[in-house]
Every structure is written in C-alpha cells, then in structure tokens.
Design a protein around this ligand. Structure first.
Ligand code: ADP
Length: 668
C-alpha cells in the first residue's frame, strides 16, 4: 500500500495526538516543501498564511532567520546522518521553544523525504522557568532566613508539639547548651532555674516554653534565668504556630539578655532619683553628704557640708576636690568596721538611728556632732548609697558637760557647806557648854578671861554663819534675778579708801600691812556702795587668808578714762594657773592642800563677780603660785539721775559687815 504525503501528515498528527502539531514534509536533500498542515503556517511569517504559498518553496526561504540557526544545523545533521532527530524544548530562537522531531523517510533504502513535526511548548517552558526561578528564590530566601535566624543576636528556638527543637540558633545554643546537647524543651527546663522580676521561683508548668506549648503568646515577658550558675535578666517573646486545621505545628521562643540594659535603666533611674535627692540635699540647712557603698567614697556634698568639712580639712579647697575622697580619711575618729555594721543594722531593722556624738576640731574650734546614717536602697533592694547628715550638737553637749560639772560642784558645795556649817556650830556649841559649866560651878569670876574668849568665839562663829547663809541667799537671789542693786552716785575713791581704812587695824593685827593708793581724788560713779564694800572686803579677806605675816596688801584705784579700776594685790601664796580660770565659778575652791589659813565655801568670788557684773563691770585675776595674786575690778564711768537716799547709820553697819566678811579668817 502506498501512502500519499497527506496520509503521512495525518499519521504524524495522530502520533502526536495534538491538534497543535505542525507538520511539514520536505524533499531530501534540498528541503523543498512537499506538504504541510495548517498549523505549520503558525511557525512562519504572517506572509505565509496559506499552504499553497509555501508549497514548492525551499525551507530556508520560508523560515525567517533560518541561516545559521539551530534549525538549519539540525536539518543538516539529519541529512548528514540520515537518522531521525527528536529534540524536546528545542530553542528555535529567543523565547521560542518547540518539541521537535525530524524523521527521514526511507523508500527502498534511500531517503525519500524528511518529515518535520513540531509543537510550540514556549508557554510550558516559560512556566517551568518561572517556577524554577521561584523555587530558587524561595530556596535562597530560606537559606537567607536560616542564616539570619542563626546569626541574630537574640536567642531563638523553634520546637514542635512534643517540645523537640527543630531550630536552635547560635545565640540560643550559647545561652542554653554550652557543651551539653539538649534536644528538647523539657531537657532545657531541667537545666535552667527561672525566677520572676521579684525573685519568686517560676514553677515548671509556668516556664515560658511550656506556656507557648499550651498555646499562649508571650510578649516582652521579663524574667531572671540562672544557667550554669550565671544569673541573667532576659526578655522573652513567644508564639505558637498553627496550621490551617488549627493544629499546633511549632512554637517559637525568642529571648534576649537584658541584664545590662536593665542595669543601665536602673542606673539612670537611680541617677535621676539621686539627682532629685541631691538637689533637695543641696538646699538643706544641714551638712549632708552622700557616700558610695561599701567603699564609702564621697559622691555628693552640699554647701553646708562643704563649709563644715573644709573646716576639718583646710587643705581641700573645693567641693569637687572632696568628691571621690574616702570618707574615712576625712572623718577619722571612728571605726569603719563598726560603721559598716551599724549601716547593715539600719538596713535590717529598716529604721534610722544616730551614732553617738563625736568630737571634732573645725576651724580650730571644738565641735560636737551627731551623725545620722541613712541607707539608700537600689531598685532591687540592695544597699546603693549612704546619706550622712551631720548635726551640730555642740551647744547641747556643752550644756550637758556644764550641767555635769555643775552637779559635781553642787555635790562638792554641799560637802563644803555642811563642813562650813558644822564647824562654827560646833564652836558655838562647845563654848555654850563651857559657859554653862562655869555657871553651874559658880566659877564665873575666876573664869572671866575664858568667858570673854568664849563669847568672842560664839560671836565670831555667828558672823561666819551669817556670812555663809547670807552668801547662799544672795547667790540664789542672783540666780533667780531677785538680787537688786541700790544704786547711788558715789565717789568710788572714798568708798574704797574708807573700807581699807576700816580694816587696816584688823589687817595689821594679823601681822600684815595694807596700803591704799590712788591717782585720783574723786570719781563719782553710780554704784551700790554696800555691795562694793562687800566686794572689796571679800577680796581683802581672801588676801589676808592666803598671805603670811609680814606680807603686804595693796589696794589701788586708777582712773582709766572710761572706767575706774580697783585692784587688790597681795604677795601671798598665789593660785596655780590651772585653777585660776575656775576661781570665779560657783562652789569652786582650790584644792585645800594648796591653801593655808583658809576656810570658806567657795562662793565668795562667784558672788563678787556677780555683783561686779550687775554694775556692768568686769573682774579678772592674775596670779603666780608663791608670788601672790592681783584681782582687778573695772567699773564703768556713769552716773544716775534719780538717786535713792542712802541708808543712815552706815558706820555701825560697816563694822558689822567687816565682822561678817572677815569672820572666816582664823583668829586667836
Ligand atoms: P572661799 O570662801 O573658799 O574663800 P572664794 O570664792 O572667795 O571662796 O575663793 C575661792 C578660792 O580661790 C579660794 O578657796 C582660794 O583657794 C582661792 N583664792 C581666792 N583669793 C585668793 C588669794 N588672794 N590668794 C590665793 N588664793 C585665793
């Protein structure tokens, strides 16, 4: 049976079972179109829109750019080899692909013609190329993503529903695994101890990964993790991932170490708080400094504290130079160990307390300060700083010391007074007993001399008692403000001279001499003459008491222009310089062992000083042990307008006064 060319084309079309198959039959070897189907026209120029137009034409004339094309080469191969060629996705020209076959048809062992069939598969190739490209992109993106996940600074783990890890990035490995191989969420949880921001332990079922496994989303969840004994502060974000059916497919947990960040936030907060505190402190009218803990370095110092501290350390010239200095190098007289213990105690008891006052020398002056140490806690409750507030308690302490001294002096006074009261009473009592005896024995006339002596003793000791009691009463009057001066304008020179004259006989009877001298005849000043006489008598009485026979007493009145100076000088036993300052103090007596001829309560000079000061005058004493003493009184030059009349009968009262003032000088 003989096949026509058309039959052959049909046959080829059927083989390809595609109605898009283009078929053409070419003569061999000159490749002239013998037959072609309609589809073949689609492969040619538009000008060849009819089969008849191509029939009998050479292939090279109907196919555009045939020369040197891959199609020409393939045809040439078919002609050369005489074998069929099948090329899938034959790239005929740019962006055009064919599934191509070229089959030589043999008749009687000779090639009769070549059948070319082709299907345009450009679309398929293009689609596939696009898909391949997409796959490549996806693959690359996946790699990129994996590399990002691997290398991001945040730790990231992805796990399945069983908690088995599918991805653990480098940071996560560094945090969690170290050298250990941990494959599962549970294994990790066993190795890590988690606490919340308040330090409470997080139970196993509430651990972040477990919560994500249960479907919870975590956002910026902050906890502390203790891994391999290292405690870090982490912030976690976690999310469960579900498929379309709503099944849990993966859990993603991402966390980062925020230890440093939190610390710097805390530092900033603390800095802000301290800034506020320091501004408050700056304006306080108390010396305040802040110290770092536990090295106790000065971090802040307010103006008041600077003044105080620069008094302690005059070498340090500015506030900034104090900063950074060790507190213990500035305030040296305390024990650092005790201080740290004290601060810890305060923190534990959560209450402020004062330390015992200390004595410091500020600008050369003695001051007593109490210090209050106030611990300042950081955000986590740790001791961050210590605020030291200084309180100047000098006045308080001085008053306390003075009070203690006064109490001691009171005690001393009572001892002295009881002795002073008892001694004259004993004398009076025994003299009275003797008189009684003489009366009983009726031996009065025989004992006349003794009776005279005894009555003298009784009178003398009564004066002593009167002086003592008078002094005590006056002193308490002065203390309570009831002691009043009876001022009148007097010639002070004659007031003093008269009193010296009145006692000169008595003084001389003691083997002493008394000399009055003055550079002025008259100086009228406002004074209470009785009180001034008492003062002068007291000073002369002391001069007698503490002098030896043969010694001299000088009483001088000198005009000092604005004042009158009255001095009483002796060359007696003198007062040692340690006691000199104290002799004007109440109840103060120089140790009895240093004195001779002395009886007394230790209130005479105190009273003298008070009387002088009531006159707005001053009293001072100079003395050298073994050489004598000088007491100087300065009275202001002033007169009063409305004088009160001075009491009459001065003469008798003066004698009485002398008797009283001199009553404690030993006699007979
Ligand atoms: P008293 O009543 O004890 O004499 P005073 O107040 O008059 O008390 O004197 C206080 C102390 O001062 C005396 O006890 C004595 O020790 C000392 N004193 C006072 N005047 C003299 C003086 N002229 N010479 C030596 N010591 C004196």
């Amino acid at each position: 049976m003989k096949y026509t060319l058309k039959d052959r084309i049909k046959f080829v079309e059927q083989i390809n079972s595609s109605n898009k198959t283009a078929v053409a039959i070419f003569s061999f070897p000159d490749l002239i179109v013998l037959e072609a189907n309609k589809n073949y026209l689609n492969f040619l120029n538009n000008s060849y829109n009819k089969i008849d137009n191509i029939m009998g034409r050479k292939l090279e004339s109907i196919v555009e750019s045939y020369k040197e094309s891959t199609l020409e080469k393939t045809f040439k191969n078919v002609i050369k080899d005489g074998k069929p060629y099948y090329v899938n996705e034959f790239n005929f020209k740019e962006e055009v692909y064919w599934d191509l076959s070229m089959v030589p048809v043999y008749v009687n062992g000779e090639i009769e013609c070549v059948i070319q069939s082709c299907v345009d598969v450009t679309e398929r190739v293009k689609n596939r190329n696009i898909m391949e490209k997409q796959e490549r992109v996806i693959r690359e993106q996946k790699q990129e993503l994996e590399s990002i996940i691997e290398n991001i600074s945040d730790a990231l783990v992805i796990f399945d529903g069983n908690g088995d890890f599918s991805i653990v990035n480098k940071a996560a490995r560094n945090y969690l695994f170290y050298s250990k191989v941990l494959n599962n969420v549970k294994e990790v949880c066993e190795q890590v101890e988690c606490t919340d921001m308040y330090g409470n332990l997080i139970s196993d079922e509430s651990l972040p990964a477990e919560r994500v496994l249960k479907g919870e989303k975590l956002s910026a969840y902050k906890i502390f993790m203790k891994i391999n004994n290292k405690r870090i502060n982490v912030e976690l974000n976690g999310t469960p991932v579900y498929n379309k059916q709503g099944d849990f497919v993966a859990g993603i947990l991402c966390f980062r170490d925020i230890t440093e960040k939190v610390k710097s936030e805390e530092d900033l907060l603390i800095k802000t708080q301290y800034g506020l505190l320091n501004r408050m402190v700056e304006n306080l009218d108390l010396p305040v400094i802040t110290l770092s803990y536990p090295d106790l370095k000065i971090t802040h110092i307010n103006q008041k504290a600077y003044k105080f501290m620069s008094g302690l350390k005059p070498g340090i010239k500015s506030i900034s130079s104090f900063k950074g200095k060790n507190y213990c190098d500035i305030i040296t007289n305390f024990n650092k160990y005790m201080l740290l213990k004290h601060i810890k105690d305060i923190v534990n008891k959560k209450e402020t307390s004062y330390l015992k006052y200390i004595r410091l020398v500020v600008d050369g002056e003695e001051v007593f300060v109490k210090k209050l140490y106030q611990p300042v806690l950081g955000l986590n409750g740790e001791l961050a700083q210590v605020v030291v507030i200084f309180m100047d308690v000098t006045q308080e302490i001085e008053a306390k010391l003075k009070m203690e001294k006064t109490l001691k002096m009171h005690e001393q006074f009572l001892t002295n007074i009881s002795h002073e009261l008892k001694t004259p009473l004993n004398v009076i009592f025994s003299s009275a007993q003797l008189l009684e005896l003489y009366l009983k024995n009726k031996s009065i006339s025989e004992n006349k001399e003794k009776i005279i002596k005894d009555t003298y003793f009784i009178r003398q000791n009564c004066y002593r008692l009167i002086k003592l009691i008078g002094n005590i009463i006056d002193l308490s009057k002065i203390e309570s403000g009831f002691f009043k001066l009876n001022l009148s304008n007097e010639n002070i020179v004659s007031v003093v001279e008269d009193i010296v004259q009145s006692v000169s006989e008595y003084v001389e009877s003691k083997g002493l001499s008394i000399i009055f001298d003055t550079d002025i005849e008259e100086k009228i000043i406002a004074c209470d003459p009785d009180k001034i006489e008492r003062v002068i008598l007291n000073l002369i009485s002391n001069a007698i008491k503490f002098s030896d026979p043969g010694d001299e007493i000088y009483v001088n009145v000198v005009d000092k222009n604005e004042t009158v100076e009255i001095s009483v000088k002796d060359n007696g036993i003198g007062i040692d310089k340690n006691h000199l300052d104290a002799i004007f103090e109440r109840f103060n007596q120089v140790d009895k062992s240093f004195t001779r001829n002395a009886e007394g309560s230790g209130i005479g000079l105190c009273l003298v000083k008070s009387i002088v000061e009531l006159h707005d005058g001053k009293i001072s004493a100079e003395s050298k042990l073994g050489e004598g003493s000088t007491f100087k009184i300065e009275l202001p030059l002033r007169v009063i307008e409305n004088e009160k009349s001075v009491a009459e009968n001065k003469c008798n009262s003066k004698i009485e006064m002398i008797n009283i003032e001199f009553s404690d000088i030993y006699s007979m």
